[in-house]
Design a protein around this ligand. Sequence first.
Ligand SMILES: Nc1nc2c(ncn2[C@@H]2O[C@H](COP(=O)(O)OP(=O)(O)OP(=O)(O)O)[C@@H](O)[C@H]2O)c(=O)[nH]1
Length: 664
Amino acid sequence: MEDSELGKQKCHRDRHSGKKFEKKKAKKDAQNPFDLTDKQRNPKAFAFNSAIRAERRFRRKQDIETKKQHIPLVDRTPIEPPPILVAVVGPPKVGKSTVINNLIKLFTKMPLTDMKGPVTIVTGKKRRVTFIECNNDINSMIDIAKVADLVLLLCDASFGFEMEVFEFLNICQVHGMPRIMGVLTHLDKIKNSKTLKNTKKVLKHRFWTEVYPGAKLFYLSGIVHGEYLRNEIKNLGRFISVMKFRPLQWRSTHSYLLADRFEDLTNQELIRQNPKCDRNISLYGYVRGVPLKKEGSVHIAGMGDLKIHDITYLPDPCPLPEQIKKRALIEKEKLIYAPFSGVGGIVYDKDAVYVELGGSHSHKQRDEDDETNNIITNMIDAKETLDVKMKHSEMQIFSGGERLTAEDFEDSDDDDEEEKQVMLYEKKSGKQDDEFQNELNKLRQKSCKEVEDSGRIRRKVTFDTSDDELNSKFDQDSEEEKEEYIELKENKDLDVYHKISNVLKELDAKVTHKQKKEDSSTDSEDEIQFNAAQDDGDIDLEDVCDENDNSGEENDEIRWKDNLAKKAEKTFIERQSSNQNLMKLVYGVFSSKNSSHKENIESSKENEEEEDIGGLFKKVSKEQQNTKVNKDTMNLTESSLSLPWKAAVKDWLEPNVRIFVYIK
Ligand SMILES: Nc1nc2c(ncn2[C@@H]2O[C@H](COP(=O)(O)OP(=O)(O)OP(=O)(O)O)[C@@H](O)[C@H]2O)c(=O)[nH]1
């Protein structure tokens, strides 16, 4: 009782004025060191130490910021934007329908059993998404590339990238690149965890090379009861529902729409008379880009340019929820609109249109006088279709005359002729395209490998990835991963070894042939030495080769690796010695023995005759040299009283010497 009374008491209200309030405020304002952040408490620790590094950091920050900046674009998207177009592209049987179905089930909690055409769903308070599966022909790819905002590029990881993926990417480059996300499926087919890891890595790098580095790639690791793992699909769905899109220039300046439903308005009588008559059709869809003008003509893919007769605004078949402040969508708001698949009011079939009446309760509320209800009742009551009725109806022009049925008018030659004409035209155009097709096939053969898989020819794309490229890929990977890669590549080593040994053999054959020739022409000791050095090398190489030849192929890999270091050392020394010989060949000296011999010859020649230098100048003769020495001694005696060593004592009485003591 007391508690309840206490509970009813008004809670204490904080003061907003007065002495006490002032006091409290002052206390609050005084900085409490424990309330401060680290940076506030110790600002020096966060100040930069190096001005250069700070400048670099600032530059880098600015660079990143400017990279993000784009030319400003006018955002023309209306307040309630049209659904985002998500195209699911990939080779056949890769899992496109499964992915779309799973995503639809994630957002709407309602699986779509028979999916046809585009499916629009509300994924959030401000976002609707239209999913469309792309067929595996070039025309569909071109059409889809024109309108898709986001592309889910599916790839069977157990097989690798197929040609369809790259064809689509090339088409996108022409039409304006939409956002692209890769999805790897069939990962459960790869049983070995190492191979799985490696495959993921290789495919990721290839995807980054083709799209852009860092492009998002999802892994759908397995399928359980026809559905991918819930968590993985949830992640994918979340990415799609929050992704931002940059408007493409062409699209933001033109209006375009993806028809999610169409109706043939042509008079049925005209079609009956001429099945190939001009038709009036109405197309339904969300207009994207700028507003569509009635006066202009539109281009329908595969049809050509056509005039617009009329444009009308219809209520949104899949509206966004009303703006109420709440976090998530309620079940009622998770709408789905897929007219071709039979969801969302109207169902289309080949020969009929079904109208959804809103469940069993709708019949009770029916108003008898309502015109639309009358039509529906008549339609429900009708036992036969119009065609069947027409078939069975008979017509009699004169009483008692023959009764005419619809079958009597059915056969007409005109249709056959038209069909023939079409056939001829098709044949002609086929011939014209033959050459082009051949060229295309040749090109395709170069870059892709055709593999037959479960009755279907799959075009697997092969890449000429060089070792450098692959190595660079693993630059940032751990050593362990590198080892894995090396393990994979080890098998290649044997081939390389065989190639090298073959080349060496050929070289040996050439060298020995040359040697024989030289042997016959000259018998000099030096050349014999040179050949001997080469022969030694030959023997060793042959030994290696013989070893290889004699042993079985299985043991090759192990044997050739034996004593690798020794062999390398030996070959290095041989190479060095042969190099020396070559150098000596250039300078004309092959060994110390030979060099001394040559020196002797030279000295003897010097004694015998004057040496020619360069053909133009001659060395000074001995006589001249002697006179020069004499002159020098003379000079010395003149310049000083001291006599040079070796010089003879002069006899002052001699007439020659007397000249020097002559006084004027
Ligand atoms: N094991 C395994 N099977 C998968 C995976 N993804 C799809 N499948 C199976 O592959 C088959 C083909 O899947 P679909 O979704 O019809 O493929 P699709 O690309 O729509 O095929 P098309 O419309 O013919 O081009 C189905 O039986 C799926 O169950 C996967 O990741 N692992």
